[in-house]
Design a protein around this ligand. Structure first.
Ligand code: PLP
Length: 368
């Protein structure tokens, strides 16, 4: 195998080597089928079996209750920013509440506002999205059609440790960058969506988990491709699904189930990995400054600054020389972002920690 680097990209992101190898083995001819998934009809028995197994494995690892549907859609999470209000708002006189904890929450809000009345229940902009709200700070409308939040803000690196309390109003979550990283109490949600390319597979497929009763809200007037009800009725094959990406999500779900041993085990490992880096921040006497407040730190995206932009550039360049790549922070916030999703091996995080400590030892004197 050609050499692999440690890839800290925020998405599309690192995938487990064993999953890539299995895809590679299957690529010319899947055992028993004589062709690859890329070439199969989405109506074939073979492909339907792949879809069913993918859903079954996701249901097992996430413990999805029977009264929830699992959909595999196109269009990324961005399309969900529109589909959620289009399907769930329930009319012109209704409104929805948005908890805005970072850039993605803001993007979701912007799209939702094109569809109807939206209230901002909380917005963390005043402190540059470095924290999450206390329950008492969230201004909820008990008559809202739903409450939307972003469980992990991929750009700022803040992550909800638990679900915001929203009473009986359906809770809708953009879990794009932390789905499958930890167990989730699915029954507390109305709808969860996640594009695959952060933590669940390659780009091209978006997972939607929706409680059955909410399917009834989809207006008849919606185009079929934008209607959850249509996709549910057609079992995610209203049109040709993103077959290969879906197959890869299936391999990830199987990897979680069989190799990792489930989401409790995954979460434990993710906690260990994140702690390695946050300990470096906390013990660096201000050399590395974490963006997120300690209580809201993401286990998936570790964001921090160095004393100067010059040093950040140098840090990135030297990291790349050591095969630690894609550590540059999002262009909107700068600094460093280490995305350490499920498939990032602990060895990669240890190597980054070593680089950080060595860099600090060399440059701490230059602190401004
Ligand atoms: C990446 C990301 C998105 C956007 O996903 P696309 O598939 O590019 O539309 C939305 N929300 C969050 C939290 C993300 O991390």
């Amino acid at each position: 195998m050609t050499k692999r680097v440690f890839n800290f990209s925020a998405g599309p992101a690192v995938l487990p080597v064993s999953v890539l190898e299995e895809a590679q083995r299957d690529l010319v001819a899947m055992p028993g089928h004589g062709m690859s998934v890329l070439e199969m009809s989405h109506r074939s028995k073979a492909f339907i079996a792949i879809m069913e197994q993918t859903e079954a494995d996701l249901r097992t690892v996430l413990a999805i209750p029977d009264d929830y549907r699992v959909l595999f859609l196109h269009g990324g999470s961005r399309l969900q920013f529109s589909m959620v209000p289009m399907n769930l708002l329930g009319g012109k006189e209704k409104s929805a509440d948005y908890i805005v904890s970072g850039s993605w929450g803001n993007n979701a809000l912007k799209e939702a506002r094109r569809e109807g009345n939206i209230n901002v229940a909380w917005d963390g902009k005043a402190t540059e999205y470095d924290r999450l709200p206390e329950t008492r700070d969230i201004k909820l409308d008990p008559n809202a059609s739903y409450v939307h939040f972003t469980s992990n803000e991929t750009i700022q690196g803040v992550q909800f440790a638990e679900e915001p309390a929203v009473g009986k109003v359906p809770l809708v979550c953009d879990a794009s960058s932390d789905i499958l990283s930890r167990p989730l109490p699915i029954e507390q949600y109305g709808l969860i969506y996640a594009c695959a390319q952060k933590n669940a597979g390659p780009a091209g497929v978006t997972i939607v988990i929706i409680r059955d009763d909410l399917l009834q809200r989809s207006p008849e007037s919606l185009p079929g491709m934008l209607s959850y009800r249509t996709h549910a009725e057609k079992e995610s094959a209203f049109n040709t699904p993103p077959c290969f990406a879906l197959y890869m999500v299936g391999l990830i779900a199987k990897w979680l189930r069989e190799e990792v041993g489930g989401l409790e085990a995954m979460n434990t490992l993710n906690q260990q990995k994140a702690k390695l880096l946050y300990d470096v921040l906390d013990q660096s006497e201000g050399f590395f400054r974490g963006h997120a407040q300690a209580a809201c730190r993401s286990l998936m995206n570790v964001t921090f600054r160095l004393p100067s932009e010059e040093l950040e550039k140098q840090f990135l360049a030297e990291a790349a020389e050591g095969d630690l790549v894609s550590l540059k922070g999002h262009r909107s916030v700068g600094g460093i972002r280490a995305s350490i999703y499920n498939a990032m091996p602990i060895e990669g995080v240890e190597a980054l920690k070593k680089h950080m400590l060595a860099f600090q030892a060399k440059h701490a004197g230059q602190k401004v």
